[in-house]
Design a protein. Structure first.
Lengths: 200, 200
C-alpha cells in the first residue's frame, strides 16, 4: 500500500479547499482526524453538516443569526441612517468589536472576481436598493478588504450608488496601521497614507 | 449579536484541536465551512464520521488499510528479518517513498509524553514482543521524530529490547539534510553530524 486509502484521499481533497491549506497540511489534518476519539468525530461532523441550518444568515441583512431575524435588524437601538456593506458575515464581529459603529449592516456574500465566476449579478444590488428604500439611510460605508477584488467591488458599488445624490458613499480609510513603524510600511500603504493625510 | 452563535463556537473549538490551528485560523475555517455548498458539507462530514471504520488500522502492525489485513502483513515479498517501529501510520508513506526499505512495520500510536498522559503502558510492548516472536526479526529500526518525545521513546524501547542480545537495534541517522548548507545548520544537527561522521 503505497497510496493512501480512497476515503482518506477524499477527506484530504476536501480539507485542501480550506484557505491556506495545502496538500501537506491537509494530509496532516486528515491523519489527525483519524486519531480523534469516535465521539468527537461524530459530534464534529454532526455540527458541520447542520451548520447551514443551525447558523443561518439573516434574510434581511445577511449577518449570521441563530434566530429568524438577526439582532441588528431586530434592535431598535441601531442608527438606521448608516448602512455598512461588508463581504462576509465574519467582518461584523471585527467592526462591532471597535464599538464605534451603531448603524445597520448588509452582507454581500461575494466580492467581484470574474475569473472565479463571481459576477456583478451575484452582488444582489436589488437587495441593497431595498434596504436603502426601507430605512432613512444617509450614508453607505463600504468596508471591504484592501484587495484587488475589494477595490473592484467598491468601485462598482460606488458607480451604482452615485445615482442617488442624497446618499453619502464612504469607504474605510487607508493608511498606517496603528503602532506600525514607517521603516516597515510597504510603498502602497505609505502612498495612500500620504494622499489621505489629515489636518493635524 | 457580538458573540458568535453557539454552534459556530462549538465548531471552532473542535477545529482548534488540529495541529498548528489557533483561534484565528479555526474561525476562518469555520466561516469557510459555512460558505460551502450543502452537498459538499454533507459528503465531507459523512467521510469524517466514517473515517475510523472506512480507514481502519491493521490489527497486526497498526498501519492504515482498507482491507482486513494490511498489504505489508499480507505480502510475501517483505523482508521478515527487519522491523521498523514508527509512531504514526503516516510515516509509512514517507519511508516507502524512499524505496530503500522492504521489511515489516510496527506502529506504536503514541510517543512517550508523561505530561500529556502518554505513559509507557500505552506503547503496548507486548505487541512488539509478539511480532519479534512470530517473525525471524534480526533488526529493529527505530524511526521516530527527532523530538524530545521521539528521543525518550527510542531510549525506552532500546532499554527494553536490549534484553535480546540476538537483536540488532538501530535508529535513523542524524546529520545534514541533503542539499543543505553548513551556514544554516543548527548547532545540534552539526554536533550529531560530526559525532556520526562516516569514513569517506
Amino acid at each position: 500500500m503505497e497510496k493512501l486509502p480512497a476515503d482518506l484521499l477524499a477527506l484530504i481533497s476536501y480539507l485542501k479547499k480550506l484557505p491556506g491549506v495545502g496538500i501537506r497540511t491537509a494530509e496532516r489534518f486528515a491523519f489527525e482526524f483519524l486519531g480523534w476519539p469516535k465521539e468527537d468525530l461524530e459530534a464534529f461532523s454532526e455540527l458541520l453538516k447542520n451548520a447551514p441550518e443551525k447558523v443561518p444568515s439573516c434574510p434581511i441583512c445577511g449577518c449570521l443569526t441563530d434566530r429568524t431575524k438577526c439582532s441588528f435588524c431586530e434592535s431598535g437601538a441601531r442608527d438606521t441612517e448608516q448602512l455598512c456593506i461588508i463581504s462576509s458575515p465574519r467582518d461584523v464581529f471585527a467592526i462591532e468589536a471597535t464599538r464605534c459603529y451603531r448603524g445597520l449592516y448588509h452582507v454581500i456574500e461575494h466580492l467581484l472576481s470574474p475569473l472565479d465566476g463571481r459576477h456583478a449579478s451575484m452582488l444582489r444590488l436589488d437587495r441593497i436598493e431595498d434596504r436603502i428604500e426601507k430605512h432613512p439611510i444617509r450614508e453607505v460605508i463600504i468596508a471591504f478588504d484592501s484587495t484587488l477584488e475589494g477595490d473592484t467591488t467598491a468601485l462598482f458599488l460606488k458607480k451604482h450608488l452615485i445615482a442617488r445624490p442624497e446618499l453619502k458613499v464612504s469607504r474605510l480609510a487607508f493608511g498606517l496601521p496603528v503602532g506600525s513603524s514607517l521603516e516597515y510600511i510597504d510603498g502602497g500603504t505609505l502612498t495612500r497614507a500620504l494622499a489621505g493625510r489629515q489636518i493635524f
